[in-house]
Design a binder for this molecule. Sequence first.
Ligand SMILES: [Zn+2]
Length: 467
Amino acid sequence: MDDERIGKVFRVIEERRDAFIEELLDFLKIPSVSADSSYRIDVRRAAEWLVASLARLGMETKIFETGNHPIVFGELFTSFDRPTLLVYGHYDVQPPDPLDEWTNNPFDPSIRDGYVYARGASDDKGQLFAHMKALDAWRQCGFELPVNLKFVFEGEEEIGSPSLEAFLKNNEDLLKADAVVISDGHQFAKGIPAITYGLRGLAYFEVEVEGPKMDLHSGGFGGLVMNPIHALIFILSRLKDLKDCILIDNFYDDVIMPDEEEREMIRQLPFDEEALRKELGVRELFGEDGFLPLERKSFRPTLDINGIWGGYQKEGAKTIIPSRAGAKVSIRLVPNQRHDVVTRLFVEYLKKIAPPAVKVNVRVLAGANPVLVDRKLPEMKAAEHAIEIGFGKKPVFIREGGTIPVVNMFYEILGVRPLLMIGFGRPDDRIHGPDERFHLDDFLCGMKTAVALWIELAKLSFRSEGS
Ligand SMILES: [Zn+2]
């Protein structure tokens, strides 16, 4: 802590702790469930509550209408020669069901064992509010802000962010930033904060095999037509082998391997294979030959059949050759694979292996590219340092196995490269489930991290506009 401002702001955070928590509870009481239209007024109320809070922090605010739930924008401009940090969060929450599995009413927050329990506590109200209260504490000290701040809080994240893409495209200038911080995730494990620098992409397909026009009697027609279920099984069984190696032609061409330093970093992450095996109730962990479990889910592509249907499934025997059969297949992509290229390879491969006696249709259900933020960027170092100051512990750098569409949008539409994915929550915060919670220590450490991040980012020399 080489900066006297940090000491002072941290003291204010400690002193104002209870008041900040009270405000968070008020925010959590608003049932801003985006998926259920009966909460529509409440979602709006949450947006207006945020706008009022941002205005009290001296921000210029604006509500952007989307046709459904609004996007809240707040800006605090200080100087052209300071870096601009954009903070993304979402104020909408998941439906609270099943209600009878909650200890307290999900919208009547309760504090127990250092946690606040409420829907949205960790995902994502508590996390975004940490950034806001950091600004509150900062302003109470009377210092000038070392950065320009922009807050973008959407109300549709839990329903897939349908309006965010257009919002980013239409407001590129307004949203210009040197770095984006997203606090909508969690630490690696209890007591191990993390920076996520990689996400896998996704290519999702529905494969349908068409045989005869109608279901046929297997006695009368067995031997005359190809059974679509057999054709489907034949196709699916050729997508990968028993060593979990994907067999689609040219599939691995664009896959880049991490260097030895990065592999070593992943190897050093605490990971208890046996504990996970027991937790999942499987006989052994399984995956691609030659890679460790954490390697397989962070930097190797994987293919899974997510569902399969066809034929007679009810009680007793029914001797039919079904008319059709289908399956859902998803592929997790890694750098530098592109979902459109993999889609083309998948379709071509199916065309090649499909038995000519049936018709095979492929529908593309989803596509997202993988994201890899250069973990050696100075902004990543700044974030690392900020977390160390805020949480009192150096973070680990991790690649997540999943996809976060919002991150892709900031990466691809705004073109911001320093994307700082810093989750303040914990893996066992039970987000989306009953008894969702957020530890108040994480709320405090989150505020401190936000403060330290501004100071650390301001230390970097930023390129001038347009370069
Ligand atoms: Zn979230």
